[in-house]
Ligand binder design. Structure first.
Ligand SMILES: [Zn+2]
Length: 141
């Protein structure tokens, strides 16, 4: 079983626990979401799903996303207050660099930054529960 098959199964289980009907359209949306390794917004997900099944509607995409977000299966990002983008929550922790000119999102992870953040919080008497680091950048010329 691949990672995306695994996600797909979990998404289906999440949909069932809230008593939503598993329609063909919803299956397509869940499949597209499970296979996404980038940070697509609702519109992009809609286009990917629509390419597979022309009866998928944007409102079903929104409803499905909202539900999975409530279930904690996907994470919503609002980079630079732009359109919400989504990603699977089973990926290893990482931070994001956002290219302001192209809106491209690059994932990175720095052990130094992770360590430094823990130290700063500890110095202030805290344990970090979670954190989000977003770097808004322009390419050097
Ligand atoms: Zn990410």
């Amino acid at each position: 079983m691949t990672k995306s098959d695994d996600r797909y199964e979990r998404f289906c289980a999440d949909i069932k626990t809230v008593g939503l009907r598993m329609t063909e359209q919803r299956k397509v949306i869940l499949r597209v979401l499970a296979e996404a390794s980038d940070h697509p917004d609702a519109n992009e997900l809609y286009h990917r799903a629509y390419a597979i099944d022309g009866t998928v509607s944007l409102s079903t995409v929104y409803r499905t996303l909202r539900l999975l977000e409530e279930k904690g299966a996907i994470q919503r990002h609002a980079f630079d207050e732009g359109r919400a983008r989504f990603e699977n929550t089973d990926a290893e922790h990482h931070d994001h660099l956002i290219d302001l000119d192209t809106s491209m999102v690059i994932e990175f992870r720095s052990e130094e930054i992770e360590k430094l953040q823990t130290e700063i919080a500890a110095r202030l008497g805290y344990d970090i529960v979670r954190h989000k680091l977003e770097l808004y950048c322009r390419k050097r010329c």
